[in-house]
Ligand binder design. Sequence first.
Ligand code: HAM
Length: 432
Amino acid sequence: MAFQNPPGVNDLLPSAAFGVQSAINTASRIFASYGYRYIETPMFERTEVFTRGIGEATDVVGKEMYYVFPMSSVAQLAEGESSSLASLALRPESTAGVARAVVQHNLAQPGAPVVKLWYAGSMFRHERQQKGRYREFRQIGAECIGATEPSADAEVIVMLMAFFEELGIPRSQMVLKVNSMGDEACRPLYRNAVRDFILARPEEFCPECLRRADTNPLRAFDCKNPSCQEVLKAAPRITDYLCDECSTQYALVKELLHTAGLSFEEDSRLVRGFDYYTRTVFEVQVHHGLGAQNAIGGGGRYDKLLEEYGAKPTPSLGFAVGLERIMMVLDSLDAAPQLPPRAKVFIAAVDEEARPAAFILASALRTAGISADLDHQARSLKSQFKVADKLGASFTVIIGPDELAQGCYTLRNMTDHTQQTLNQEELIELLG
Ligand code: HAM
């Protein structure tokens, strides 16, 4: 069929969209209790924001980014003029954009309190689509800017887990994985060790891992090739290379997580797909409801990212969660929020004369905060009752010649089928 959504780009029909909206409402409530403020940044940015922040040698930037250009640039190209079609890109994630906005608007001056921001919206990555992996997907994320202490790492992780639990994913279904990626002092040594490990076994790695062994060897840990993953089991571990400061910081984060009663697994191969990470990284995985794409959220520290956009050193951290994946998990647990009925009250007009009264009553009920609907399809009374049933209305108000003559309404309870006659004030009182 010609008019279908492109691969990996999904419609969220009302019940799925309601689930997403409910999750956003939950995030708003939970995150506010930790002091977070909502922010929106553009869907597309200058490409350099992503290349600098996320890293050119990452899959997300190197292979999966969508570029944005107006028709006029395409026309210029056709005329042979040089023009870059790659100067703007759709956001593949939001951390880079939020960091850029914080620096641009000077929200995190030295000495200022920590800036806590959260966001929700679509991200775009040209990935090979499969269950749980899409080309447009929705995230909710939170960024804690200017926080140096391990307590911030623990707080962000605690908030993430509290959010998942509040959505209805029990702790027993989730595995929290943590690791430290080290910093600019110790990570280079580790990178070299991984590079040497890969280059010592060229026949055991895929061409992509070999190609990146020099530029970005840690990306091998994200390689989707199972045989590379098997070989990497014997690779050096970052935890053996951490400098004293990173080790101490990591130990403190773990201690605080214990204190908060969160169980976690240390995974020294968790390196995450972006170059901006330093020190703490984490990911939450589930074992049911998703296939191979079992990460429902992840994040970490990015102590150097804001400097890329011109800020003074501003250690920061954050996370993002995937809303489509969360909805799939909630569905598998039978815990997805259910779309409420469209209207509490359906107003049925017995004949043509009653229609204006039905229209006016609907407005009065809605003004009083009661959801109401009425027929707009010239249906018979019997057919209007059927519609009321289909819409899941708890009550039907019937207006006919008798009701018009007496200035009252017949209210029918759709569950027990009892009826009573009420004036408008009584009706609003009873339904409100
Ligand atoms: P990420 O791990 O790339 O991190 O994405 C976070 C979550 O978004 C994933 O755990 C997954 O649930 C979901 N997700 C990612 N890609 C897809 C996809 N193609 N289809 C469906 N869901 C997907 C980030 O984006 C970082 N910005 C997180 C962060 C914030 N780190 C620090 N602050």
